[in-house]
Ligand binder design. Structure first.
Ligand SMILES: C[S@@+](CC[C@H](N)C(=O)[O-])C[C@H]1O[C@@H](n2cnc3c(N)ncnc32)[C@H](O)[C@@H]1O
Length: 188
C-alpha cells in the first residue's frame, strides 16, 4: 500500500485538489435503479463529497481503508456511520441494498478486483445493486506512489458479468471526453 491517502499531508492535498469534483451524475443514474432510503455502502469515501450527496438520499455507510480519511469523515459528520474497510476484503457482517464507489476500484490489481467483486456479491442483499466508476484506458501506472489500473468497458463487463446483470456500462467525461467508465449492475 502506498503512502498517498495515508498521511495527513496527502489527505489535505487531495481534499484541496478534489474540492470541485463530485459524483452527482453517477448518483443520478444510481437513483434510477436503487430506491430512496435503501441501505448503501460507499467504498473509499475519502473526503466525503459523494457521501454527503448519498446521505441525503440513502441510508448510507461510508468507508475507506485510510484511517486518516475515516478520522476526517467522522469529525466532519459526527452523526454519520463510517467503517475502516478495505475494498478487497470488505470485512463486515452487515448486508446492504447497494454498493457505490467513485474512482476507487482502479487502485486494485486484476486479482484484487476479482476478489472484491466476489465479496461485494456476498454482502449485497438479494437483487442488490452496485455502482462503480473507473478511469478508462489500458495498462497500469504508478501515480503519486499509488497503483492505478486502467480498464476498457469490455474488460469491466468480463469482471462483473459472472455475478452481476449489467444494467448500465458506458463511458463519460470526468475531465475529458470518455476518460471514465460507469458501471451499474444487479446481483444475480
Ligand atoms: C478518489 S478518492 C474517492 C473520493 C470520493 N468518491 C469522494 O466523493 O470524495 C479514492 C479513495 O479511495 C480510497 N481507497 C484507495 N484504495 C482503497 C482500498 N483498497 N480500499 C478502500 N479504500 C481505498 C482512498 O483512501 C481514497 O479515499
Amino acid at each position: 500500500m502506498g503512502e498517498y491517502y495515508h498521511t495527513k499531508e496527502s489527505v489535505e492535498e487531495y481534499i484541496h485538489l478534489a474540492k470541485d469534483v463530485n459524483g452527482r451524475q453517477l448518483i443520478n443514474q444510481l437513483e434510477q435503479v436503487l430506491p430512496k432510503k435503501s441501505t448503501l455502502l460507499e467504498i473509499g469515501s475519502g473526503p466525503g463529497t459523494d457521501w454527503n450527496i448519498l446521505n441525503k438520499i440513502y441510508t448510507v455507510t461510508g468507508s475507506d481503508n485510510s484511517a486518516k480519511f475515516i478520522d476526517h469523515l467522522t469529525s466532519n459528520n459526527p452523526n454519520g456511520e463510517f467503517l475502516e474497510l478495505d475494498a478487497v476484503t470488505l470485512n463486515t457482517d452487515k448486508k446492504y441494498d447497494g454498493i457505490f464507489s467513485n474512482k476507487v476500484m482502479h487502485h486494485l490489481t486484476d486479482d484484487q478486483l476479482t476478489g472484491s467483486i466476489k465479496r461485494q456479491h456476498e454482502i449485497l442483499n438479494d437483487k442488490g445493486v452496485l455502482c462503480h466508476s473507473f478511469w478508462k484506458g489500458e495498462g497500469t501506472e504508478i501515480f503519486k506512489g499509488m497503483f492505478v489500473n486502467y480498464h476498457l468497458e469490455e474488460e469491466i463487463r468480463k469482471f462483473f458479468e459472472p455475478l452481476f446483470e449489467i444494467l448500465f456500462l458506458d463511458s463519460y467525461a470526468e475531465f475529458d471526453a470518455g476518460d471514465s467508465i460507469l458501471l451499474i449492475g444487479r446481483k444475480n
